[in-house]
Design a protein around this ligand. Structure first.
Ligand code: KG4
Ligand code: ZN
Length: 333
């Protein structure tokens, strides 16, 4: 069984940092044919032999979703295959089951550039949302801080995403040189907030830049200390909210009493420091922790294909004659 690979989930980062939606849409259009052909050649399975075609339809950039959906529906018509619409976050949550035997229900933490949430996965398409970011997602915060620190001009970091650059620089930084408050320490729930942290960091950067007399694009002497402090604070905030979610699940009996599992995914979950901190939290609570390898944590076509397989096996949302499928740029889990 094979479900088509997909590229519409790939994000395009520019030297300026971040995504420019119409440009991402254009690049999707220009590359989709080539990437599908490459996937077909590598797999050795011709399109007419696919069991089904799975494609992201929500949430995401309208330009990119449209390119993927239009292309897929053409294939579906041409080869008379079933179509499986995919929710991007569901795909992140289920990827780990391709590699490890993690049974439902489990706790899932999704931390990416566009999302941040904690949920109980009760089935392939059955999620109980426990908390989410009230403003921006952690990857977005890391990207913006990296941009503000001009890390694209750092010789080691020019091809890295903001989050990767922060992780890389943190290794040579001392977080204790920069003081940052952990967000929402007084809020007794499982929600997140990162915009206040970014404001704190901006204030510190403005002060340091003026002290050092730096021009735009120049790198602060203490950039690695700032990176280390930001990474630490993001990790602590995520860890504290995850701890609350674990306690809530225990209290409400939402997970098995023994061998309960935490699954982490999304681009930020490829951060080794954040993984270590979460490992400590899970071990202290008697949970096991599962995460896909870093290359399957960030957006990738394999996770969409796997979600298609899970839905196909469970017989959920498989459309045999799709006519009016719409994409949804904004969609809850
Ligand atoms: O899941 P993903 O590929 O796309 C979204 O659905 O958003 O996540 C991309 C995000 C970016 O913000 C990027 O900076 C962040 O994941 N990221 C990281 C790391 N690698 C990617 N954040 C922290 N540490 C990393 N190693
Ligand atoms: Zn993603």
């Amino acid at each position: 069984m094979l479900v088509c690979n997909c590229v519409w989930c790939i994000l395009f980062y520019y030297r300026a940092g971040g995504i420019i939606p119409p440009v991402a849409g254009r690049l999707h259009k220009e590359n989709i044919e080539r990437v599908v052909q490459e996937a077909v050649e590598k797999s050795g399975v011709p399109l007419q032999e696919l069991t089904a075609i799975a494609t992201t339809v929500k949430p995401g950039l309208a330009f990119s979703l449209e390119v993927g959906l239009t292309y897929s529906l053409n294939l579906v018509q041409q080869y008379k295959r079933p179509f499986i619409p995919i929710h991007h976050m569901e795909a992140h949550a289920l990827t780990v089951r391709m590699l490890h035997s993690v049974e439902f229900p489990f706790l899932v933490l999704l931390v990416s550039g566009g999302h941040c949430l904690l949920a109980v996965a009760r089935g392939v398409s059955d999620f109980l949302l426990l908390g989410q970011s009230l403003d921006e997602a952690p990857g977005d915060t890391l990207d913006k801080v990296a941009r503000r620190l001009s890390l694209k001009n750092h010789p080691d970091c020019s091809t890295m995403s903001g989050g990767e650059a922060i992780e890389h620089l943190s290794k040579s930084g001392d977080r204790l040189n920069i003081t940052l408050k952990i967000p929402m320490s007084q809020r007794p729930d499982c929600n997140f907030s990162f915009s206040g942290l970014r404001n704190q960091v901006n204030q510190i950067i403005i002060k340091k830049e003026s002290d050092e007399g730096l021009q735009e694009g120049q790198i602060l002497a203490c950039a690695s200390d700032i990176a280390a402090a930001v990474q630490y604070t993001v990790a602590m905030h995520i860890a504290k909210r995850t701890q609350r979610a674990i306690l809530f699940c225990k209290q409400e009996g939402l997970l098995p009493q023994t061998n309960a599992a935490l699954v982490i995914s999304g681009g930020v979950a490829s951060n080794q420091y954040i993984r270590k901190v979460l490992q400590i939290v899970t071990e202290a609570n008697g949970f096991s922790m599962h995460c896909p390898p870093p290359e399957l944590c960030t957006d990738n076509g394999i996770m969409i294909a796997w979600n298609g397989i899970e839905r196909l096996q469970a017989g959920i949302g498989v459309l045999h004659n799709p006519k009016t499928i719409h994409y949804e740029p904004k969609a809850p889990l």
